[in-house]
Design a binder for this molecule. Structure first.
Ligand code: GLA
Length: 387
């Protein structure tokens, strides 16, 4: 839930920038992925939930075709551009390219848009692997869909955001983040088939907390390493003569091991095993089978560490510390693209304080980094906030 006071504050900020209260407020959440890492661009399965940290957009439509955006979190930097001219990248205000890209791609879909005055702010931690960019892309898409009654679905808002990120911003991400930011549902995780885009809501057990631990390890080399992993997966699919690694099972992968180099085999092994774990974890979550969930999350982490090689030492430390503590009462693993970022733990509410204490006592001492902890609830996807 977004507090009434946060919305009031946002509206006042808008008024001080544009001289009147905004006519509408829209929101789109960040996300945490419970399991299914790097499977989305392999046409596989993911199990994320939207979180109660969002990007907010206060907006009033304009009579002309001008878009003006103020970034409240970037010292009220302002960007203005016209819908009548080709929208190109902003060279210095990089935040604005997510907005320009989304709007340009909506136009490329043949949709008729009008101008708008917008103020954007958000509390999704940036650079932490909780999809602050996707939430911005989806928030802008949802804002224009709402303002101009665009004949597109939420799924298309998500696809449009991904297109903007791939082609305008230049990061080759999959569809998971935008889909859950657009289509998430309160108290539920979303089991998403990234090939068909069919999804199933999986109710989150009410006795578990969703704890996100930001390692605060600055994510280095993320884009280049991400793209290398993606190429290695595509190479594996090519050598195994399938459209995507989604089409391979573990037996086939073992049989055809000799076709792949050692590294590419391990990359493929992560994806193929992770797809199966994701489906099994959705069942385990649904039936509150925490023992199975615990093993699947632990195996997922090992696979990211040893086969996909996207974890870093401080993250491995958190996972092993909390893994021992939570045991079979929940689960813990790294979440997101990797090379730093966050760990997600599902654990009984009564264990949250103990977990916090453990981290406080050992994490800094062991690694020199200080953690940040967020307790989240699974939340609704993008929407207009009505008074
Ligand atoms: C990033 C990408 C997603 C997905 C994850 C890894 O968040 O944006 O598309 O590939 O990494 O699961």
């Amino acid at each position: 839930m977004i507090s009434k006071s946060a919305v009031k504050e946002l509206k006042n900020q808008f008024e001080s920038q544009f001289g009147a209260q905004p006519e509408h407020v829209f929101q789109a959440p960040g996300r945490v992925n419970l399991i299914g890492e790097h499977t989305d661009y392999n046409d596989g399965f993911v199990l994320p939930c939207a979180i109660d940290y969002q990007t907010l957009v206060a907006v009033t439509p304009r009579e002309d075709n001008q878009v003006t955006v103020v970034a409240a979190d970037y010292a009220n930097e302002r960007d203005t551009f016209s819908l009548d001219e080709d929208i190109v990248s902003h060279e210095t205000q990089l935040w604005s390219n997510y907005i320009r890209g989304v709007i340009k791609h909506l136009q490329m879909r043949g949709l008729t848009l009008g101008g708008a005055d917008m103020l954007v702010t958000g509390n999704v931690p940036q650079g932490a692997g909780l999809s602050s960019s996707a939430s911005l892309e989806v928030a802008i898409g949802e804002t224009f869909r709402g303002l101009f009654s665009l004949p597109i679905s939420k799924q298309e808002v998500a696809l449009n955001g991904q297109e903007a990120e791939n082609q305008f911003v230049g990061c080759n991400c999959g569809i998971m983040d935008q889909m859950v930011s657009a289509c998430g549902a309160e108290h539920n995780a979303l089991l998403l088939d990234c090939r068909s885009l069919e999804s199933k809501l999986i109710h989150m057990p009410t006795d578990l907390s969703v704890m996100i631990i930001n390692s605060n390890v600055k994510r280095g080399l993320v884009d280049s390493e991400y793209n290398t992993r993606r190429e290695q997966c595509e190479e594996a699919a090519r050598l195994l003569s399938v459209k995507a690694l989604r089409d391979v099972d573990l037996d086939t992968l073992h049989e055809k091991k000799s076709l792949l180099s050692e590294v590419v085999y391990r990359r493929a092994h992560h994806i193929v095993s992770e797809n199966k774990r994701t489906l099994d974890a959705a069942d385990a979550l649904e039936s509150a089978d925490y023992e199975t969930l615990s093993s699947l999350m632990a195996e997922s982490h090992q696979s990211m560490r040893d086969d996909f090689e996207i974890t870093v030492k401080p993250i491995d430390f958190i996972v092993s510390l909390l893994g021992e503590f939570i045991a079979d009462k929940g689960g813990v693993r790294m979440t997101g693209g990797g090379f730093g970022g966050c760990v997600v733990a599902l654990l009984p509410h009564s264990m949250v304080e103990g977990a916090r204490q453990l981290l406080e006592t050992h994490y800094f001492q062991e690694t020199g980094y200080k953690e940040t902890v967020y307790i989240c609830t699974a939340s609704d996807g993008a929407s207009e906030i009505l008074d």
